[in-house]
Design a protein around this ligand. Structure first.
Ligand code: C2E
Ligand code: MG
Ligand code: MG
Length: 763
C-alpha cells in the first residue's frame, strides 16, 4: 500500500469513528438518565476526552511522520555522502544544471578537479565555460543542443578539456542525463565528471606502442608466466612463418632448432631469474623447418605484486648478418683469385697441424710451390692471362690433393701445401713429383697454349722445425735451393740450407768490402766469328778475388749483389774497367772490334743507364761502336715500353746491344721485332744439347732463323765441342763463345793470345 492510500484510509477510519461517536455518544448519555448538571459535566468531559484522544492520535501520527521524515532525510544524507565519497574516491564530482534558471551546481569534488574552490567556480554556466578548451567548445555546445532538440533522456558521455588552476588542461569525462519537467520540457541536466587525463595519456602511449609493436622489424613474442604465447606481432609471423592463430596458446619451444643443449637453456633461465633479462644469439627453426640465427632479448614483466606475469621476447633475424660475417671471414681467409686458402689461413692450419703433431706424434710436410719464370708470362702476356694461369694451376694442383692436405695461394705465383699425413721424406718426394708432373701438360688459356713448371721446397715437421714461422722459413730455403738447382725440381730443407742463408748475409757484407778494397776482377772471354773462327770481341765477366776463398764466380755473388743493390756499383765498375781495357787494347794495336759488358736487369729497369754509359764513354774515350751491352731477355720484357725507350737512347749513343740468354724467358715476338738490338745470344742450355738433342737442334735452328729474319746477328753461348761448332756453322750461326774457344781469363792472358794471333788478320 502506498502513502496516499494509507493516508486516505486512516482519515476515513477517523472520520467514520468520529462520526459514530458524534452520532451515538449523546444517545448513550441520554440512556444514562443523568441530571442536567451531570450531563453538562459529562458533556464537558466527553468533549475534553475527544480532544485529548484526537490530540494523542494527531501527536502519534505527526511523531511517526516526523520520524519517518528524519529517517528518510538521514538516509538521503547518507546516500548523498556515500555518493560524494565514492565520487571523490574515484576523483570525480557532480554537477547539476538547472536549465530553467540557468544555474549550475558543482560539487566540491568537481571544483577539486580543477584545483579550485566551489565558490570560485560559481553557478553561472557561462563562467564555467571560460574553463573549456577553445577547441572543445563547438563539440560541447553541439551535444547540449542535440539533447535539447531531441529531448533524449538517455544517459550520454562526453570528454572535453578544462583548464586547471595551474594553467594546464585536464581531460574531463562527463556522464550526464537530461531530465524533463512534468510538461516534457527540459528541466535539468545532471551528471558526474571525472579526470581522465592520465587515462588518455596511457591510452595514447598504448596506441603508440601498438603501432610500434605492429610496425617494428623485430619479431615480438609475449608469453604468460606459464609460457603460453599470448601475443605476437606481424614481424614474428614474417620471420618464423607462424601466424598469430597458430602460435597463440602454444609454447615458444615449438621454435626450438635443437641446436642448443640443456645447459644453454639453463643458463638462459638463470640469467632471466637473476637479472630479469637475457640477450644472446639463438638458433631457431622456422615453420618451414629451416634453421636460422636470431639475436634475441628476453625480459620478464612483473605485476603489481612483484610476481612474474609475462615474458617478452624481442628478436631479429641475423641470417643476412651471419652470411656477410661468414663472407667476410671467407674473404679474410681466402685468395679471391683462386678461391684457395690464403697465407693467413694456411699459417693457421700449419700451426694447428704442428700442435696436433706435438700431441699425437704425427709428422707431416709443408711445401712451397713456386712457378718458374711466371713473372715473364705476366709481363709478356699481361696480368689477365697471368691470373687465369694461376687459377688453372691452383685447380690442377688441387686435383692432386689427398686427405688431410691443404693447398693455399700464398701470394703471387707461390702456393703452399700442407700434408698432415706425410710420414716420410720419400712420401713427400712422391707427392712433389706428382705435383710437378701434373703441371707438365699444356695450359689452355684464352686460346693460348702455355707451359709452366714449378719448383718445390719441402720442410718436414717435427724433424725440421716445430713452429710455424720456422717451418715456413725452412721450406723457403728449400725452395731457394730447388730454384738454384735448375728450376722444375724439388729440394728438402736441411741445416746446410740455413747455413747457406747465413752465408749469403755474410757474403753481402764481404762484397761491400770487396768493392771498397779492389777485390773484383774482370775476366774476358773471347767471342768468335764462326765463319773464320777469329776473335772478334770479348765479353767482360766479373770475378771476385776473395782473400781466403780464392776466385769466386759471379753466379755466387751476383744474385746477392742484386738483392742488396750492390749490383749497380759492380756493373758501373765493370763497365768502366772494361772500357778502359778496350781503349788500352786498341792503343796496343789489337784488332778487337768490341767489348761486351753485362748489365743487370735491376740496373736496366732504373732507366738512367744511358747517362752512365755516356759518362763512361766520355771518361775513357772509347768509341761507342766498340762497346756492346748485354741485357737479358727478362730485363727487356719486364717492362717492355720503358726498355724500348732506354734501348733506343742507348743505341742513339752509338753502342751495340745484345740480348743475353735468349730463349730462357718469354719474349713476345711482336715486341722483339721493335727492339733496336743487334744480336741475340742463344742461351747455353740449348747449346749444351747439341748436336744430339733434336729439340735443342730445332730450337737453335729456329732462333738463328728468327734472329736473321729480324736482321740480327746470332751468337751461340757455351760451346765446348767441335761438333757443336760444326753444327752451328751448318745452321748459319754468326758468332760463338765457349770454353772450346777460350775460357774467361784475365786481360793480360788474353792479350798474349791475341798477340799470338795478331799476325792473322782480324775480322
Ligand atoms: P752470361 O752473361 O751468360 O755469361 C756467360 C757465362 O757462361 C759465363 O759464366 C761464362 O763463364 C760461361 N761460359 C762461357 N762459355 C762456357 C762454356 O763453354 N761452358 C760453360 N759451362 N759455361 C761457359 P760466368 O762468368 O760464371 O758468368 C755467369 C753470369 O754472371 C753471366 O752470364 C752474367 O749473366 C753474369 N755476370 C758476369 N759478369 C757480370 C757483370 O759484370 N755484371 C752483371 N750484371 N752480370 C755479370
Ligand atoms: Mg752475358
Ligand atoms: Mg748468357
Amino acid at each position: 500500500m502506498n502513502a496516499p492510500q494509507g493516508a486516505w484510509r486512516l482519515t476515513l477510519s477517523y472520520a467514520f469513528g468520529a462520526a459514530l461517536w458524534v452520532l451515538f455518544s449523546d444517545g448513550l448519555l441520554m440512556a444514562l438518565e443523568l441530571s442536567v448538571a451531570q450531563q453538562e459535566r459529562v458533556q464537558l468531559l466527553k468533549g475534553l476526552g475527544f480532544v485529548l484522544l484526537t490530540s494523542a492520535l494527531l501527536y502519534s501520527i505527526l511523531r511517526s511522520h516526523q520520524q519517518h521524515q528524519q529517517q528518510g532525510h538521514r538516509a538521503l544524507l547518507r546516500s548523498e555522502k556515500r555518493l560524494h565519497q565514492a565520487l571523490e574516491a574515484a576523483g570525480g564530482g557532480i554537477w547539476d544544471w538547472d536549465l530553467q534558471h540557468q544555474q549550475v551546481y558543482f560539487s566540491p569534488g568537481y571544483a577539486a578537479l580543477l584545483g579550485i574552490r566551489p565558490e570560485t567556480l560559481g553557478v553561472d554556466p557561462l563562467q564555467w565555460q571560460q574553463h573549456l578548451h577553445p577547441d572543445d567548445r563547438v563539440a560541447f555546445e553541439r551535444n547540449i543542443q542535440r539533447r535539447m532538440s531531441t529531448l533524449s533522456t538517455a544517459p550520454y558521455e562526453v570528454s572535453y578539456r578544462l583548464q586547471h588552476q595551474d594553467g594546464s588542461y585536464r581531460w574531463i569525462q562527463s556522464r550526464g542525463r537530461l531530465l524533463l519537467d512534468k510538461h516534457g520540457q527540459p528541466e535539468r541536466l545532471i551528471g558526474t565528471a571525472s579526470d581522465i587525463t592520465q587515462r588518455r595519456k596511457d591510452e595514447d602511449s598504448l596506441r603508440q606502442a601498438a603501432v610500434v609493436f605492429d610496425a617494428t622489424q623485430e619479431g615480438v613474442l609475449v608469453t604468460d608466466a606459464q609460457q603460453h604465447v599470448v601475443h605476437c606481432n606481424p614481424a614474428f609471423t614474417r620471420i618464423t612463418g607462424y601466424s598469430e592463430k597458430e602460435i597463440l596458446g602454444q609454447s615458444p619451444s615449438i621454435l626450438k632448432s635443437g641446436r642448443h643443449d640443456k645447459d644453454f637453456y639453463n643458463s638462459l633461465w638463470q640469467a632471466l631469474k637473476n637479472r630479469g633479462a637475457w640477450s644472446g644469439e639463438v638458433w631457431n627453426r622456422r615453420k618451414s623447418g629451416e634453421i636460422y640465427p636470431q639475436w634475441q632479448c628476453i625480459r620478464e614483466i612483473r605485476d603489481g605484486q612483484g610476481e612474474v606475469s609475462h615474458y617478452v621476447a624481442v628478436f631479429s633475424d641475423i641470417t643476412a648478418l651471419k652470411r656477410s660475417q661468414q663472407e667476410l671471414d671467407y674473404l679474410a681467409h681466402h685468395d679471391p683469385l683462386s678461391n684457395l686458402p690464403n697465407r693467413l689461413l694456411f699459417t693457421e692450419r700449419v700451426e694447428h697441424a704442428l700442435e696436433r703433431g706435438r700431441i699425437d706424434g704425427y709428422s707431416g710436410a709443408v711445401m712451397l710451390i713456386d712457378l718458374d719464370h711466371f713473372k715473364h708470362i705476366n709481363e709478356s702476356l699481361g696480368h689477365n692471362i697471368g691470373d687465369l694461369l694461376l687459377k688453372d694451376v691452383g685447380e690442377r694442383l688441387s686435383q692432386q690433393l689427398g686427405k688431410r692436405m691443404t693447398l693455399a695461394r700464398l701470394g703471387g705465383d707461390e702456393f703452399g701445401l700442407l700434408d698432415e699425413s706425410c710420414g716420410s721424406p720419400e712420401q713427400a718426394a712422391v707427392l712433389a713429383q706428382r705435383l710437378q708432373t701434373c703441371m707438365s701438360s699444356v695450359f689452355q688459356i684464352n686460346q693460348q697454349e702455355l707451359f709452366i713448371t714449378a719448383s718445390i721446397g719441402i720442410s718436414l715437421y717435427p724433424d725440421d722445425a716445430d713452429d710455424v714461422g720456422q717451418i715456413l722459413r725452412n721450406a723457403d730455403s728449400a725452395l731457394f735451393k730447388a730454384k738454384n738447382s735448375g728450376r722444375e725440381s724439388y729440394a728438402f730443407y736441411s741445416q746446410e740450407l740455413t747455413a747457406h742463408a747465413h752465408q749469403r748475409v755474410e757474403l753481402a757484407s764481404a762484397l761491400r768490402h770487396a768493392l771498397d778494397h779492389q777485390e773484383l776482377r774482370v775476366y774476358y772471354q773471347p767471342l768468335i766469328c764462326l765463319r773464320n773462327q777469329h776473335v772478334i770481341g770479348v765479353e767482360a765477366l766479373v770475378r771476385w778475388q776473395h782473400p781466403q776463398r780464392g776466385l769466386v764466380a759471379p753466379g755466387e755473388f751476383i744474385p746477392v749483389a742484386e738483392e742488396t743493390g750492390l749490383i749497380s756499383a759492380i756493373d758501373a765498375w765493370v763497365l768502366e774497367h772494361s772500357c778502359r781495357q778496350m781503349v788500352a787494347w786498341q792503343a796496343a794495336g789489337y784488332a778487337l772490334k768490341f767489348v761486351a759488358v753485362n748489365v743487370s736487369s735491376r740496373l736496366f729497369s732504373r732507366g738512367e743507364l744511358d747517362h752512365r754509359v755516356a759518362e763512361v764513354l766520355r771518361a775513357t774515350g772509347l768509341d761507342p761502336a766498340c762497346l756492346e751491352l748485354e741485357v737479358t731477355e727478362s730485363a727487356v720484357m719486364d717492362n717492355p715500353d720503358a726498355a724500348l725507350a732506354l734501348l733506343q737512347r742507348l743505341r742513339a749513343l752509338g753502342i751495340r746491344l745484345a740480348i743475353d740468354d735468349f730463349g730462357t724467358g718469354y719474349s713476345s715476338l711482336a715486341r722483339l721485332k721493335r727492339l733496336p738490338v743487334h744480336k741475340l745470344k742463344i742461351d747455353q742450355s740449348f747449346i749444351s744439347g747439341l748436336p744430339h738433342d733434336p729439340s735443342d737442334v730445332a730450337i737453335t735452328r729456329t732462333v738463328i732463323a728468327l734472329g736473321h729474319s729480324l736482321g740480327l746477328k746470332v751468337l751461340a753461348e757455351g760451346i765446348e765441342q767441335v761438333e757443336q761448332v760444326e753444327l752451328l756453322q751448318q745452321l748459319g750461326c754468326d758468332h760463338a763463345q765457349g770454353y772450346y774457344f777460350g775460357r774467361p781469363q784475365p786481360a793480360d792472358q788474353l792479350a798474349a793470345r791475341l798477340a799470338a794471333r795478331s799476325d792473322t788478320p782480324h775480322t
